[in-house]
Design a protein around this ligand. Structure first.
Ligand SMILES: Cc1ncc(COP(=O)(O)OP(=O)(O)O)c(N)n1
Ligand code: 3NM
Ligand code: MG
Length: 211
């Protein structure tokens, strides 16, 4: 997959009255290089319509587009990949369906990270680092110590997620993360482009300084 640093996930509850597609365009203009459609509430046909619109947007800007949960919708719109959780279709079975598309897997413990790497995940999510209100059935925070474990041991790309804000991202970067994912801090920001640029400045500074 193309290298990435800043991963934005849709979260329409955080920007009432603002169209999702405009919010995600702001995120891309601010430097997000991977976008995920995550919609747990809308009827499938609405999710499909949003996926089509995001596919068009991401192609226009040349950024990677991932669909959460819905493999059929990812295939229907020719997304770049899918993101699956521990309770979704197992990776090996998903791989049979999506072929060479990107498969991202959520992990909350080092065993899950090892398994995802063995099974051929293209990247893993590592979280939730901090408490978050953006996910209903969320597990307890894994803290930055899990980031340290993954950074030391796992070779495939990993992205830290869960409660990450501009005020605490340095802790996550300090633990070895070089890719950051956020919902509320990005899409709920009154200055989405500025927030994304600030995240990227911090990611780039961390990458430039010796560990
Ligand atoms: C990049 C990234 N990491 C983790 C998740 C969480 O996925 P999942 O465990 O399937 O939970 P839901 O998002 O479906 O509630 C993610 N979506 N993206
Ligand atoms: C969707 C999701 N998955 C998580 C995981 O740990 O797998 S945490 C999370 C919510 C992230 O939203 P926010 O940036 O607003 O905290
Ligand atoms: Mg899921």
């Amino acid at each position: 997959m193309k290298p990435f640093k800043l991963y934005a996930i849709t979260g329409e509850e955080f920007h009432p009255g603002k169209p999702m597609i405009e919010v995600m365009e702001e995120a891309i203009k601010g430097g997000c290089d991977i976008i995920q459609l995550r919609d747990k509430k809308s009827p499938r046909r609405e999710v499909l319509a949003k996926a089509k619109a995001l596919r068009e947007l991401t192609l226009r800007y040349g950024v990677t587009f991932i669909v959460n949960d819905y493999i059929d919708i990812a295939l229907a719109v020719d997304a770049d990949g899918i993101h699956l959780g521990q309770d979704d279709l197992p990776l090996a079975d998903a791989r049979k369906i999506v072929g060479g598309k990107i498969i991202g897997i959520s992990t909350h413990a080092i065993e899950e990270a090892r398994q995802a790497e063995r099974d051929g995940a293209d990247y893993i999510g590592v979280g939730p680092i901090f408490p978050t209100k953006s996910k209903e059935d969320v597990v307890a925070p894994v803290t930055t110590s899990y980031v340290r474990q993954v950074a030391a041991e796992i070779a495939i790309p990993f992205v830290a997620i869960g409660g990450i804000k501009l005020h605490n991202v340095d802790q996550v970067l300090g633990a070895g993360a070089r890719r950051i994912c956020a919902i509320s801090e990005i899409v709920g920001s009154p200055d989405i482009q500025g927030t994304c640029r600030s995240f990227l400045d911090k990611i780039n500074s961390a990458a430039a300084s010796p560990q």
